[in-house]
Ligand binder design. Sequence first.
Ligand code: ARG
Length: 563
Amino acid sequence: MNDIKSMALEAVLGALHKAGMTAPEELESYFETPADSKNGDISLPCFRLAKTLRAAPPLIAAKIKENISLPAGIEKVEAVGGYLNFYAGKAIYLSMLEGIDEDFGKTGMGNGKTLVIDFSSPNIAKRFHLGHLGTTVIGNAVRNIYKFCGYNTVAINYLGDWGTQNGKQIVAYKKWSSRERLEADGIKELERIYVMFGKEAEKDPSLNDQARAAFRELENGNKEYLEIWQLFKDISLREYSETYKRLGIEFDVWAGESMYTAKMPEIVQELRDKNLLKLDDGASIVDLSEWNMPPALILKSDGTTLYPSRDMAAAKDRYNTYNFDVCAYVTSAGQSLHFAQWFKVTELMGKEWAKNLVHIPYGTMSFGGEKLASRTGNIILLNDVFDEAVAKAKAIIEEKNADLNDKDGVSEAVGIGAVIFGALSNSRIKDTDFTWEGALSFEGNTGPYVQYTYARAASVLRKTEGDDGCEGEYTPNEDEINLIKQLYTFPDRMRAACEDNEPSYIARFMLDTCSAFNKFYHNCTILRESGATRRFRIKLTAATKQILGVSLDILGMRRTEEI
Ligand code: ARG
């Protein structure tokens, strides 16, 4: 590439070579963009180099400067207190802008590798609530980031369709419901009887024994129970697919927990052969006290399988099927111990793929301070959140742009985009509290602000269609240079987002890009210009739109050509 960083990197490599020093492989990642351009357009801190080269940083900086020959685009280099600061000539920005194409930012770091990612994965017979928002949108964004970085990705929805709760549902159904009522009221009826089960079981604890027995029957293949269970599952899937459609999320594979019971005996036998299994009060466990963790539960005393053991069987199956390089699980931080435990067990079993298992936890999400509380019945349903966001977006759009063509479509995109962006813009482990004003404002650090900026760029390009060459002499001004520099942080942000599984880096990048673009847009006229100035600015607008568009796609938000 012909950007400043690549040029500076090449020049430094040449200088080190000339001075007889070996460059560390990750030299590229040492470069920084100085906050103040007085300190150069790109800078190389020599502190980490000092370690490998065994010399003081200022000395190394001086040595490199002595041996460097600068390429045409870079005007000067200065060695200051252990830093090497490179100053580019303005012409370089023209060629940098030219260098932004469809593939800009694709690092290729995942080429030839496979990511399996398990996200959303709701427990059947309950509607989506606020607690599902994080896993669903973070999982989707992480999948898209890996894909963009070259990974082959497999998105798995590991439905929670197997466990004692399904035994409870079956008992409740047989006592208080019917096929007719289920057909009529769908998932709401399932929720009604589940809540009822909870209340009744408080009065009559034997119901819990019945539920356990019903689950055991399921595991043993009781035909009647399997049919009822399948009905629950079909009803649930109908409901979920609506939400996924609304979010534009698709899964490659639907493979629920129920698929792995048959594969359990193999795992249990392996654990036994490797002397890892212990009996504890009739239950089979793996002792993890050496790693300061409570024991991993493999089988209950009645022989039925458990959440951790099913996860182990599923992971083994995923490895056999996809030969993954990374197998990721996106859940709330509340499940961190569960994953740490069974990851450890697979390691003790000597699985070579244990090191490829990654848990991606996130903090809680609440609305105006309210969390989900399913047992008290006080749940915030995801579809209600979306409906409300869309209605509010529509009211704002109505006011801002009453003549807009597709008001409903745009309101849906902006309302849902606001919720997605709100869920992704904080570092994922932090707790997020939504407020309507906070998420929907067109001015703050919000989804609507990004989509609005994207639409603004789109509108400029509509008005100047076919007018986007970049030839001719032009010297960019400070706002333009800042925007180009900002756009060129994209590849690094993408790489870091992939390494840290952190969609918020992309969200941050979008906000910074919008602010640089809006400054440029505010200070520089486009439509009233002509010649090289006009063409340069159109090109810059197109590059911004292209990168913002890719970023919106990655976060799972819709591109809004008009707002
Ligand atoms: N069904 C689980 C829940 O709703 C999440 C499953 C996460 N994935 C996994 N492989 N354990 O809490």
